[in-house]
Design a protein around this ligand. Structure first.
Ligand SMILES: Cc1ncc(C[n+]2csc(CCOP(=O)(O)OP(=O)(O)O)c2C)c(N)n1
Length: 898
């Protein structure tokens, strides 16, 4: 029986009558000669069939010769990497013959058939060849020093074309000598620092020096394929090497940082350790082009920089390449333990194909030294490879051997071509080792004795490669020695240069308390409102939204306090956009708004198409982008932070669904947004919109954790506001868009009172007002005998329950930086009042209380004291039951007002 026919009969029995089978077999023959000649669905069907049979094994000797060979070829395509020799630390090489899926018996062949002639199905030039020759060629192709995984990739036909038979990008003599130069630089720089600064941490690249020629190839091949800029993210290991030998940071500057007397003098911040710093350089290529490479500063927190790199790349693509992705490419260098363990890697990859976040594919290099600090691979991952996450995204993976730099370089060239041609992510896993411990003073043999016995016996990669070139006659031994000698001389000279000190470039930075004129005339706002409340003819608007737009149109004309928060936000964005300020807002459900208040994306009720009214204000306006993000905080906030760094003139906003969820991105907040300026002199104007307010919705829908942000703030590193009216929201947004001082802004925004009439504003407050850091009461101060200071929603609870006109309520709308002068002015008006409370709805150990207390007390008269009124200390942010929430509220309001 024809085995292929049996397969169809058993697997597709429902439609497989004989006529069908003849037809399918014809198609199959056509597919075998040219996989692209059959219709796509058949293409996938045949692929799946061959793959499926290779997985489950095939009955011996069954099937047409073509089909049997295709099964064999596909088995190598899918499983060849399991028999490839890319791990220089393998205690024993796994041969292809030991891999079950590649064994002849599994694939339905008998050993006796090895000498039998079979069709080669296009794998070899020859139409036919003995089975042994085909198997040999397959082994050379798929089980050499590079392991390929690409079965789920759209680049598969292209890759097969390039790889089969024998993956081989011939390198010129010049390219080979270049590889040696790069290995030499990589190794010599490390050993030089080790000699001159023994015992200092540098997170040496030794054992993984092949990274440097691979990176160079990505730059060179990138330039040849139209790349003009690379945005690079990497962790500690090998970073100094990349800074010097790729980006061209002066060796003397690097050495200077090793000196015990080194104090950073280039800006006023507190700085960072040398292996976290960013840098950028223009790298000339052989064709006379130049590639600008930017290495992003990053914290110790591994992989946290990934989404930042993506956001930065996206912003650059929009700014400099009209949104095209081919000339600006993100490259991420990972460690094996980090890529396998850190969830942000997954979150970042999840962004890779989404229209609001895609960057045309990232080139990933995983420096797999088979150890994470002291942990062995079997302790750090459940998957076969540390790169297995790539498969879920259809990204090809090339596993290369650091001891075969030529193939690693060739695979890097291939990775660039795949990225440029298919716009997808691609992974290069550089299998290597770590010559020393986690840092240079660590003893690695405590935990990896067997590996380190092997590592100590190893010849340096540079020496292995130099000997290879000498053996091949490409280089004489003397030429090899000269390359080493020359470079050492260069390092010695740099060591003597390092004394030069850079003088501090003290930029004059504005204050966050400088007033900013955020007013917009009513005529202009009316004009803009007409635009964003109109949809194109024929657009099927939901009737409720039709009413909402009509209401918005009326709000701006009304004399009453009719402008709600959704409208105020629209007015702020519309005015900024027509001032040519790009607005980008992203977060879960940001288009409509979690609380159905925004509706910046309207959906046609018939076609499902989206219309963005704010993108249709004028021909010359700046772009308006609002994106519903995937359900991630960490990566999306990181992305927006990166975007804002590269596009500081834009108003970039990340919105939490509830402020409570922002702590999923705590690393981005702590390590980048708040401290980035102090550590790296990097200013980000990112805005975080964090819905906050106690409304009885339980512990995870109440608090954006004001206390955390206040504790993090210092050095005027950010602004923290909690506006209580729609107009204040408008002014805060506009101020952030146009203020010359570009710093992050954390805006605690309301939820239920998005539509709460007392918090709405009259047009006048928008057209004539400005952001008020502190809002005093309007009572006659002389009659006041109690002062209640507060922030946020509790103001309205106090107002509603106030019976006594002698109790003044003062709102602190900007918590950081606190406007001390204004605070003093307010206190001066009530200097006779001794009963002063801080009232908050948050628990005593949360909210702004601990932060604000000293600021208030330091400005009190001797007779004045501060009383805390609010919820008691608690480990949980809010009560789970609505009734308990109300009871607590009632109790503390009573204390404040009675
Ligand atoms: C998020 C995070 N957790 C823990 C650490 C501490 N740490 C620093 S390096 C390291 C091991 C990293 O291993 P790997 O990713 O394989 O890179 P390698 O150091 O081997 O190059 C750990 C756990 C860290 N820096 N970041």
């Amino acid at each position: 029986m024809n085995w292929g026919r049996a397969f169809f009969m058993s697997h597709r029995g429902d439609f497989a009558n004989l006529a069908n089978i003849t037809y399918i077999e014809k198609l199959y023959a056509q597919y075998l000669s040219d996989p692209n000649s059959v219709e796509k669905s058949w293409h996938y069907f045949f692929e799946g069939m061959a793959f499926g049979t290779s997985l489950k094994g095939a009955p011996e000797g069954v099937g047409s010769p073509d089909m049997r060979i295709m099964r064999l070829i596909n088995a190598y395509r899918a499983h060849g990497h399991k028999g490839a020799a890319f791990n220089p630390l393998a205690m024993k090489r796994v041969e292809a013959s030991e891999v079950k899926e590649l064994q002849l018996e599994t694939l339905g062949f008998k050993q006796e058939e090895l000498s039998k002639v079979f069709p080669t199905c296009g794998f070899l030039k020859e139409k036919e060849a003995p089975l042994s020759a085909i198997v040999d060629a397959l082994k050379k192709t798929y089980c050499s020093t590079v392991g390929f995984e690409f079965m789920g990739s759209k680049a598969r036909p292209f890759l097969q074309e390039v790889i089969e038979p024998y993956f081989n990008f011939p390198l010129s003599r010049e390219e080979k000598v270049d590889i040696l130069h790069n290995l030499n630089k990589a190794e010599t720089m490390e050993s030089f620092i080790q000699m001159k600064y023994p015992g200092q941490k540098r997170f040496s690249l030794e054992g993984g020096e092949t990274l440097i020629p691979m990176m160079m190839e990505i730059i060179y091949e990138g330039a040849a394929q139209g790349v003009e800029q690379i945005v690079l993210g990497m962790a500690h290991r090998g970073r100094l090497n990349v800074l010097a030998n790729i980006l061209g940071k002066k060796y003397s500057d690097i050495f200077a940082e090793f000196e015990g007397t080194y104090i950073p003098a280039t800006f006023e911040g507190s700085g960072d350790v040398k292996y976290h710093k960013g840098f950028s350089g223009d790298i000339p290529t052989k064709e006379g082009k130049s590639v600008h490479v930017t290495l992003c500063a990053n914290p110790s927190h591994l992989e946290a920089v990934d989404p930042v790199v993506e956001g930065k790349t996206r912003a650059k693509q929009e700014l400099y390449a009209k949104g095209k992705t081919n000339s600006i490419v993100p490259v991420l260098i990972h460690g094996d333990a980090a890529i396998a363990g850190q969830g942000v890697v997954y979150e970042t990859l999840q962004l890779s194909k989404l229209s609001g976040y895609e960057t045309g594919g990232t080139i990933h290099i995983v420096v797999n030294n088979h150890v994470g600090f002291t942990a062995s691979p079997e302790e750090t991952k459940s998957t076969r490879y540390c790169t297995d996450i790539a498969k879920g995204f259809g990204a090809p993976v090339f596993h290369v051997n650091g001891e075969d730099p030529e193939t690693a370089v060739a695979a890097s060239k291939l990775a660039v071509r795949v990225r440029q041609q298919f716009g997808c992510d691609v992974f290069l896993e550089l299998n290597c080792y770590r010559k020393y411990g986690h840092n240079e003073t660590d003893e690695p043999a405590f935990t990896q004795p067997r590996e380190y016995k092997l590592i100590h016996q190893k010849e340096n990669i540079r020496v292995i490669y130099r000997n290879k070139l000498v053996k091949e006659g490409i280089l004489s031994k003397e030429e090899g020695d000269k390359i080493e000698g020359d470079f050492k001389g260069c390092l010695e000279r740099a060591l003597n240069d390092k004394g030069e000190k850079k003088s501090a470039e003290k930029e004059k930075k504005g204050s966050l308390l400088d007033p900013v004129d955020t007013r917009v005339s009513q005529e202009r706002l009316i004009e803009l409102t007409k635009k964003f409340t109109t949809v194109p003819a024929g657009f099927n608007l939901n009737p409720k939204l039709k009413r909402l737009l009509e209401d918005r149109e009326k709000m701006i004309l009304s004399d009453a306090k009719a402008i709600d928060w959704g409208m105020a936000e629209h007015l702020a964005y519309a005015s900024l956009l027509t001032d040519k300020i790009h607005v980008r807002l992203s977060g879960q459900d940001s288009g409509r708004g979690t609380f159905s208040h925004r509706h910046a994306a309207l959906t046609d009720q018939e076609t499902g198409e989206r219309y963005y009214p704010l993108a249709h204000l004028s021909e010359t306006q700046a772009p308006f982008d609002v994106y519903n993000s995937p359900l991630s905080e960490y990566a999306v906030m990181g992305f927006e932070y990166g975007y804002s760094l590269a596009y500081p003139s834009a108003l970039v906003l990340w919105e939490g669904q509830f402020g409570d969820f922002a702590n999923g991105a705590q690393i981005i907040i702590d390590q980048f947004i708040v401290s980035g300026e102090q550590k790296w002199n990097r200013l980000s104007p990112l805005t975080l919109l964090l819905p906050h307010g106690y409304e009885g919705q339980g512990p995870e829908h109440s608090s954006g954790r004001i206390e955390r942000f206040l504790q993090l703030a210092g050095n005027d590193s950010l602004t923290i506001c909690i506006p209580s009216t729609a107009a204040q929201y408008f002014h805060a947004l506009r101020r952030q868009g146009i203020a010359p001082t570009k710093k992050p802004l954390v805006l605690f925004t309301p939820k239920s009172f998005l539509r709460f009439p007392p918090s709405m504003s009259a047009p006048e407050e928008i057209t004539k007002g400005t952001f008020q850091e502190i809002i005093d009461d309007t009572l006659d101060p002389q009659k006041v005998n109690r002062l209640l200071f507060c922030s946020g929603k509790v103001y309205y609870d106090l107002l509603e329950n106030r019976k006594d006109e002698r109790v003044a309520i003062i709102r602190i709308e900007q918590l950081y930086p606190l406007h001390i002068e204004k605070l003093k002015q307010v206190l001066a008006r009530y200097s006779h009042v001794t009963d002063i409370c801080w009232v908050q709805e948050e628990h005593e150990n949360m909210g702004a209380y601990s932060y604000i207390r000293p600021y208030l007390e330091n400005n009190f008269t001797e007779k004045q004291t501060l009383r805390y009124v609010g919820r008691k200390i608690s480990a949980s942010p809010a009560a789970g039951s609505g009734a308990l929430h109300k009871k607590e509220l009632g109790e503390f309001l009573k204390k404040a007002l009675e």
